[in-house]
Design a protein around this ligand. Structure first.
Ligand code: IDP
Ligand code: MG
Length: 139
């Protein structure tokens, strides 16, 4: 069964939308199999966003993503990666369709409420990064 990692980002946690965002995914039939709350530090952010470290927006992204707690979760289901990307909407909330998480909870292209893995391969890497040494449920 396919798995995907999501992060409820600092803006959404600060605005009190963490459980609403998890519910958007759970209510579409994806199974919650791991969940933890943490504050990302710079080292974790640099690993998670490795493809973006040389981009002009990275310094701002680093400040933002380490600024407040996040909720990390793993969901499981058929086509979990693609289905969650669809439920999230595109990177920029301004371009996101009605009813997507980023449309309803995102503030701007940076503070866009949620991260979701973009491929099965990256999902496995991201799950190892956030849940290495933590329990993932089988039920
Ligand atoms: P994704 O989260 O939709 O996969 P990516 O291109 O992988 O988008 O970018 C990772 C994160 O970096 C975005 O979710 C957003 O928080 C931030 N980001 C991406 N592009 C920009 C930008 O042009 N300006 C500011 N922040 C950005
Ligand atoms: Mg991405």
């Amino acid at each position: 069964m396919e798995r995907s990692l999501i992060l409820v980002k600092p803006d959404a946690v600060l605005n009190g939308h963490a459980s609403a965002i998890l519910n958007r995914i759970e209510s579409k039939g994806l199974k919650l199999i791991a969940c933890r709350m943490l504050k990302m530090d710079e080292a974790l952010a640099r690993k998670h966003y490795a493809p973006h470290v040389d981009k002009p927006f990275f310094p701002s992204l680093l400040t933002y993503i380490t600024s407040a707690p996040i909720v990390a979760a793993v969901f499981e289901g058929d086509n979990a990666v693609a289905r969650i990307r669809e439920i999230m909407g595109p990177t920029n909330p301004a371009n996101a369709p009605e009813g997507t998480i980023r449309k309803d909870f995102g503030e701007n292209i940076e503070r866009n409420a949620i991260h979701g893995s973009d491929s099965v391969e990256n999902a496995e890497k991201e799950i190892a990064l956030f849940f290495g040494g933590y329990e993932i449920m089988d039920y």
